[in-house]
Design a protein around this ligand. Structure first.
Ligand SMILES: Nc1ncnc2c1ncn2[C@@H]1O[C@H](COP(=O)(O)OP(=O)(O)OP(=O)(O)O)[C@@H](O)[C@H]1O
Length: 288
């Protein structure tokens, strides 16, 4: 990726979010580029989900500017209601806990994600729904897009299954496919690898890399699984107690003493993610 010109997609400046006396995010600034996977990592309570909530309009930041650039248009996300952030700025999101429509089929989940463009094409009238050829074209394109993503996540054979009956790893990937059906410019994923076994985790990595390469959008990824972060991220931002303590390429961040300390605490190595633990142990043996 490094030979490709970097194009800023999201520019966060001086973001601060306070809840009463608690500063969940403390003057955080960073840029996430288009066609890159930017991971946001940090210990529990570091402010990662709060950052997503500010980006997607769930919270209004106390201070700060969140600018998204798409098709040469600038969107100031902190001034937009959540539904406009999805609809106009094209920011899509998944959550820590799966939020599929579990009683709908796999295919229905992918179609329902496209209701905005279907509604627009119907001109919000029954006549539009029944008669307009433009509606029929948009309807066909919605089906084609759903089919494309079904195929991409290898669920075509299960298109008519209830989403809630799929294995956990398939549900995770279906959520991402559903978000992709909104045709986002920025895809925000909150711990997509949580609870996945190694095989499912590898399938997730492959899907995210394909989205980056083939669809060419930006991905913002909150993740505790360091094997996922280190393997697929182009850029890693580390938060600790709401502050940004590191920002750079995965290799630089994993060797950053402040990051190691944030994960270590004072002298507890038990909680250290495996990949960072290996680096710390190698450093202690004088191998770094
Ligand atoms: N709505 C809220 N009201 C009050 N405090 C909140 C609210 N949302 C988050 N916080 C606090 O803000 C801090 C950051 O929480 P956040 O959920 O963003 O952390 P996180 O990095 O996502 O943690 P985890 O990895 O455990 O999901 C925590 O101290 C949390 O208790």
């Amino acid at each position: 990726m490094s030979s490709i010109q970097k194009t800023p997609l999201l520019d966060v400046q001086h973001l601060t979010m306070r809840f009463g006396g608690l500063v969940a995010i403390d003057d955080v600034s960073f840029t996430a580029n288009n066609r890159e996977i930017t991971a946001i990592i940090g210990p529990n309570g570091a402010g990662k989900t709060t950052l997503f909530n500010c980006l997607t309009g769930f919270y209004k930041p106390t201070v700060g500017c969140l600018k998204l650039v798409r098709d040469e248009q600038h969107y100031l996300l902190e001034r937009m209601p959540g539904h406009d952030i999805t609809k106009h700025a094209h920011v899509a999101r998944t959550f820590q806990n799966i939020r599929l429509f579990s009683r709908m089929t796999v295919l229905e989940n992918l179609l329902v994600a496209q209701h905005n463009k279907l509604q627009r094409a119907s001109k919000f009238t029954l006549a539009g729904l029944l008669g307009l050829s433009s509606y029929k074209n948009v309807e066909q394109s919605a089906v084609d897009l759903a089919r494309f993503w079904l195929d991409r996540i290898n669920l075509t054979a299960r298109a008519d299954f209830e989403a809630g009956n799929l294995p956990y790893g398939d549900q995770r990937r279906l959520e991402i496919a559903r978000a992709m059906c909104t045709e986002p410019a920025l895809l925000c994923l909150d711990e997509p690898a949580a609870g996945l076994n190694p095989r499912e985790s590898a399938a997730l990595n492959e899907l995210l890399l394909a989205i980056r390469e083939e669809i060419g959008i930006g991905i913002l990824l909150i993740e505790h699984d360091m094997s996922v972060v280190m393997r697929i991220s182009d850029h890693v931002i580390v938060l600790d107690y709401g502050r940004k303590i590191a920002d750079g390429e995965p290799e630089d961040v994993r060797n950053n003493p402040e990051v190691i300390k944030a994960y270590l605490g004072e002298d507890d190595t038990e909680e250290l993610p495996e990949e960072i633990k290996q680096d710390v142990e190698a450093a202690a043996r004088g191998e770094n």
